[in-house]
Design a protein. Structure first.
Lengths: 305, 303
């Protein structure tokens, strides 16, 4: 196990390098970042002093080295718009985004796993067909569209829930449901197919043969074994969640990192964009690492090859 | 033996052998969902190809008198404007029909770009093994580690949302999935005897990859292309919704939902119908992918 952890940690190093490289390239992809950040009518002397001040006159690899060194310490420079540290702007809004993401994940797991189990247990019945149809439709609807439709229905027409903002449970419900849509569909699909695999196993027949009740068979013998692949899928959805928060937060004016990222992109506030990209990628990598380790801990057959 | 007797060249009684492609198509279109999905895809393709023949109105024609009219079947609707009009009085149905063009072109080209890069790197990784495989795998992991939407949004914001930029960036964002699928398929056929035989008679690496490996991973690629098209349509819609897709006045489905967002309480129809178009085409490509997988590989039962 320690060997596995060490190897797995070692594997994240090239990924970390890639993340730094992509975050760095972001401002260099179209040439000189000076053109991106300074207004088009800036004087040549202003450009020159900007370049010197930000070290843009140095060779690219030196700039990348310096960027990486600072980025690893959480220093992405000051926001061009607010004049405060970019990373502090991001971390300030992290709580709101985490709240939304956790709520969406709780919803997704709470709906997806039971739905998948039910569909697998009553395979090829009406229940199964309905669940499968709903997952297909769920995967096809863009989440921003669901957000807008739910605003039209629940906020505009019925007036039950607010259209946006943060602070109350009512305000959390629609954004969380919107964000969870694709993940619910995915977890349902994966749970169903894993349960189908497990329900056909000999030990399930054994469990039934020795007279265990159906609910015990399903919960203790089937679901517990089907859970490992489901867990991996859940871990991998963190990436989907992060793409989702950008859209969901924009639709519902949720004051989180995703909305900050979009506003920073519109305002060409690149230090903030870089901070968000780097932070999101790091979270993704760390969650994946944790899922892999958890996976190895849950299933002793998994060793690092 | 008389001349009238049938010769062995004309075995009339034997059933005509279908080609493999015909067999796959027969299996595919024995399913109603496959037929329905194909119809949806065809309708959208026709809209994209000949929008001026199908659209009832000019998608750019504005009219103050016709602002935010509901669909013609609803109260207050105007005859001839079946799905109503937007905040500039433009016909929603015609804009959806013209919008199919941008959506399909961008998504299709993006899938082609990602497919070419991904298939090639996947073949190379699976076939070469060793250091090449390790490097490509790390590349795949690194890129999959990025929240794609955020990455593409940021890059589009930097380089500007032109059609070419969208296609290139979306394509570059999606190749790792193709590469992973192809690499997996290559690994499963690489050790088979016919590949060994090709190697033994001295086939070059390129020839082995192109003639012996690629055709055998082709069905995986076809199935995956269908799913990828659905994903790219979703990404294109998301980008246009965020204002980073093909720019107005060219209609895009995501852009229509975005501009209709401001008028939800007055006329929800402006946003609702383009969303249905997006949902329908994504559902169609996903279903088609599922059915293609079953048709191409009938031995596997997929649930």
């Amino acid at each position: 196990m320690p060997q596995y952890i060490a190897n797995r940690l070692l594997l994240t190093l090239p990924v970390l390098f890639g993340i730094l490289l992509i975050s760095f390239i972001l401002t260099h992809i179209s040439g000189d970042p000076t053109d991106l950040i300074l207004p088009p009518d800036a004087t040549e002397s202003a450009r020159k002093s900007f370049r010197e001040q930000h070290g843009l006159d140095r060779p690219l690899w030196v700039q990348f080295g310096s960027f990486s060194w600072h980025a690893l310490q959480g220093d992405f420079g000051e926001s061009l718009r607010f004049g405060v540290s970019a990373i502090s702007l991001v971390t300030e809004r992290m709580a709101a985004t985490t709240e939304l993401a956790v709520a969406a994940m709780v919803l997704a797991i709470g709906i997806g796993i039971p739905a998948g189990v039910v569909a697998a247990y009553w395979r090829n019945t009406v229940v199964d067909v309905v669940v499968r149809a709903m997952t297909l439709v769920g995967q096809a609807i863009p989440s921003f569209y669901l957000g807008i439709v739910s605003i039209v229905v629940f906020a505009v027409m019925l007036g039950w829930l607010p259209t946006g903002g943060r602070g109350t449970w009512a305000q959390l419900l629609l954004p969380a449901a919107t964000l969870s849509l694709h993940i619910v569909a995915l977890i349902t699909r994966v749970t169903r197919s894993c349960m189908l695999d497990v329900l056909g196993q000999d030990y399930i027949r054994t469990a039934r043969a020795k007279g265990l009740g159906e609910s015990v068979v399903v919960r203790r013998h089937a679901l517990r074994n089907a859970f490992i692949p489901v867990l991996t899928i859940i871990g991998l959805q963190v990436g989907l969640l992060m793409g989702g928060v950008i859209v969901t937060e924009t639709v519902f004016s949720w004051p989180g990192v995703g909305r900050l990222a979009i506003q920073a992109i519109y305002a060409r506030d690149f230090p903030v964009v870089q901070a968000v990209v780097f932070l999101f990628a790091m979270i993704f990598v760390i969650v994946n690492l944790l899922v892999d380790l958890l996976y190895a801990a849950l299933d002793p057959r998994i060793g690092y090859k | 033996m008389s001349a009238a007797e049938p010769t062995i060249d004309a075995p009339d009684a034997a059933p005509k052998r279908r080609s493999e492609t015909q067999e796959v198509l027969r299996r595919l279109y024995s399913k109603p969902t496959a037929v329905l999905s194909t119809v949806v895809v065809l309708v959208v393709v026709l809209c994209a190809l000949f929008p001026w023949l199908i659209a009832p109105h000019d998608p750019f024609a504005q009219s103050l008198a016709l602002r935010l009219k509901p669909p013609s079947f609803a109260d207050g609707g105007v005859a001839g404007f079946w799905l109503g009009t937007d905040h500039l009085g433009r016909d929603t149905l015609s804009r959806i029909i013209y919008g199919a063009r941008v959506t399909l072109i961008v998504s299709l080209l993006a899938v082609i770009v990602s497919g070419i890069i991904g298939v090639w790197l996947g073949l190379l990784a699976g076939f070469s093994g060793g250091v090449t495989d390790a490097i490509i795998l790390r590349l795949i992991d690194t890129q999959l580690a990025f929240p794609v939407v955020l990455l593409v949004i940021s890059l589009v914001a930097v380089v500007g949302p032109s059609l070419t930029n969208l296609v290139v960036l979306m394509g570059l964002s999606a190749w790792p999935r193709f590469a992973r699928i192809v690499r997996g398929s290559v690994l499963s056929v690489r050790g088979l005897e016919y590949v060994e035989a090709a190697r033994a008679i001295g086939a070059s690496r390129l020839r082995m990859m192109m003639r012996h490996i690629l055709p055998n991973v082709l069905s995986a690629i076809i199935v995956y292309t269908s799913f990828e098209l659905a994903r790219m349509i979703l990404l294109e819609a998301t980008l246009s919704f965020l204002g980073l897709g093909v720019q107005p006045p060219d209609p895009t489905w995501g852009g229509m939902i975005n501009s209709g967002k401001e008028y939800l309480s007055l006329s929800p129809a402006v946003s609702l119908f383009p969303g249905m178009a997006i949902g329908a085409i994504i559902l169609a490509f996903n279903l088609l992918g599922d059915e293609l997988r079953d048709a191409l590989d009938p031995q596997l039962s997929h649930d």
